[in-house]
Design a protein around this ligand. Structure first.
Ligand code: ATP
Length: 237
């Protein structure tokens, strides 16, 4: 079995004293795509924010064996734990290339930087075509590509992706799912938060179901997808 990249133990977090997450346990192993699914407001984004350390939390979060709970977000980022936030959060008044460059703001080696641009433009040729255009003028799908490209420019070891498919046409979602499989084959591990359970389970190895701040089910997606309760609640069966 592969080594554990992210280990979350008994994690509790919330906003202004109101708890949202209760004793969450979750694990991501090297080379996996893990899906975290659940309905609106279940606490999935809150979990990602706690892991990125932008939100106070209690319990255990270890990244590659290191306790990251005491670390500030920028240290967590520089260790290779990089988030693609919900809503893309691009700088609309900057060009596509400038947005991508932001993901690499800590990197100085021009040669490897050039390779990263080539990698991102190879995955998303449309971004190369639009590299001098403003990010604010991109379509929703292109913006998601740009947000994912920006994260890849940071050379992540673990990508946390929040609602990748939200508001996008199925054909675009399929393209993005293919990219996830591709980057995983290049050694990037992925934790994918999705409301589109069907899409998430089509690429993930294992899944977790979150309901009102608690993990209620977990397992290989092949098993979860056969679970009658999961099928009824999330797969429209
Ligand atoms: P969605 O996909 O709709 O974002 P989610 O599963 O990611 O759902 P969260 O965004 O983590 O859910 O929200 C979990 C709970 O925390 C919700 O009840 C929400 O209202 C609350 N919440 C989220 N952000 C804040 C905030 N900044 N301040 C106070 N409460 C918040």
């Amino acid at each position: 079995m592969n080594e554990t990249v992210l280990s979350i133990r008994k994690l509790t977090a919330g906003y202004g004293g109101a708890p949202v997450l209760f004793d969450v346990d979750l694990e991501v192993r090297a080379g996996e795509i893990v899906a975290l699914v659940g309905s609106n407001g279940a606490g999935k984004t809150t979990l990602l924010r706690a892991v990125s350390r932008v939100l106070r939390a209690e319990g255990g979060i270890a990244f590659n064996g290191e306790d990251i709970l005491p670390l500030p977000p920028e240290k967590v980022f520089s260790r290779g734990l990089v988030q693609v936030p919900e809503g893309r959060q691009l700088f609309g008044a900057m060009t596509v290339e400038e947005n991508l460059r932001m993901g690499a703001f800590r990197r100085t080696d021009k040669r490897t930087l050039k390779e990263s641009f080539e990698h991102v433009y190879g995955l998303f040729p449309i971004l190369e075509e639009r590299r001098r255009g403003l990010a604010g003028n991109l379509s929703g799908g292109e913006q998601q590509m740009c947000a994912m490209g920006r994260a890849l420019m940071a050379e992540p070891k673990l990508l946390l992706i929040d609602e990748m498919s939200l508001g996008l046409a199925p054909v675009i979602v399929d393209q993005l799912l293919d990219v996830l499989t591709d980057i995983r084959s290049r050694g990037v591990t992925v934790l994918l938060v999705e409301q589109d359970v069907f899409a998430a389970f089509s690429v993930a190895d294992r899944g977790y179901v979150m309901e009102t701040g608690r993990i209620t089910r977990e397992g290989p997606v092949s098993e979860l997808g056969d679970d009658p309760a999961v099928r009824e609640a999330y797969l429209g069966a």
